[in-house]
Design a protein around this ligand. Structure first.
Ligand code: CTP
Ligand code: MG
Length: 237
């Protein structure tokens, strides 16, 4: 039995608008994909790592990651992603060998996720959870509004809310069944962009929330790259 991580890195990075696919945008001299993979490898919990990248960039991606510390003894593969995140995750799942029983699904865009977070999610699955997500408290006041921006109801009690990050961890059969169901039957529009744990929940699998970390924020817009640069500088200080 072993743990496999599907690292999805096949998105185009439209909102970052940096001129290349987001996972290949350089931060402090190295692509985001390399930062993300390095932290997954440093967690020491994965025996298999599948990089899901834009088609044509598989060899380049394997070469970038294979020399990283922690890559020794880890089976590395790179496969082409799909048109949306869900199909990229599905392509990664299909590349996992039979002996993998715990699967982590991680966004390369969360490139500074601490190795401890990867290890904690993995441990929660190993010790019995079906589906695990890291979540961080919400610090802003949150309101629901209608299409015109007019408030609906009062402010929402943010103490009960969590911003959900990755890696998300699953017993293999749970994530595989969830993706099979979504691709067989499709999803209502409201659920089309949902995360992997929400797919698993549609099957009735309970989702466990473990504490996330601020450093696992997703690089989405240009300001996030500035934050990532600052976080790396702080790590080195
Ligand atoms: N992703 C993927 N395949 C896709 C779309 C997204 O592998 N077809 C991955 C991205 O590479 C990223 C993660 O899913 O690591 C989260 O997606 P997001 O932050 O939305 O990245 P992009 O889709 O690249 O960005 P944008 O939505 O701004 O285009
Ligand atoms: Mg996207």
């Amino acid at each position: 039995m072993s743990t496999g991580c599907v690292l999805v890195a096949a998105g185009s990075g439209t909102r970052l608008a940096a001129g290349s696919p987001k996972a290949f945008v350089v931060l402090d001299g190295r692509p985001l994909l390399v930062h993300a993979a390095e932290r997954v490898l440093r967690s020491g919990v994965c025996q298999h790592l599948v990089l899901v990248v834009p088609d044509g960039r598989q060899d380049e991606s394997t070469a970038l990651v294979s020399g990283l510390a922690g890559a020794e003894g880890v089976v590395l593969r790179a496969v082409a992603g799909g048109a949306d995140r869900r199909s990229s995750v599905a392509a990664g799942l299909a590349a996992l060998p039979a002996d993998v029983d715990v699967v982590l699904v991680h966004d390369a865009a969360r490139c500074l996720t601490p190795p401890e977070q990867v290890a904690e999610v993995e441990r929660a699955v190993r010790t019995g959870a079906a589906a695990v997500v890291p979540g961080v408290p919400v610090s802003d006041t949150v309101r629901a509004v209608d299409v015109e921006g007019v408030p609906r109801g009062g402010p929402i009690d943010r103490t009960s809310l969590r911003l959900v990050q990755t890696p998300q961890g699953f017993r293999r059969e749970v994530i595989e069944r969830a993706h099979a169901l979504a691709s067989e039957h499709g999803l209502p529009a409201a659920l089309a962009a949902t995360d992997d744990a929400s797919l698993a929940e549609l099957l009735g699998a309970p989702v466990t929330v473990v504490p996330g970390r601020e450093e696992a924020f997703k690089v989405t817009r240009p300001l996030d790259l500035a934050l990532a640069t600052a976080v790396l500088a702080q790590e080195r200080a």
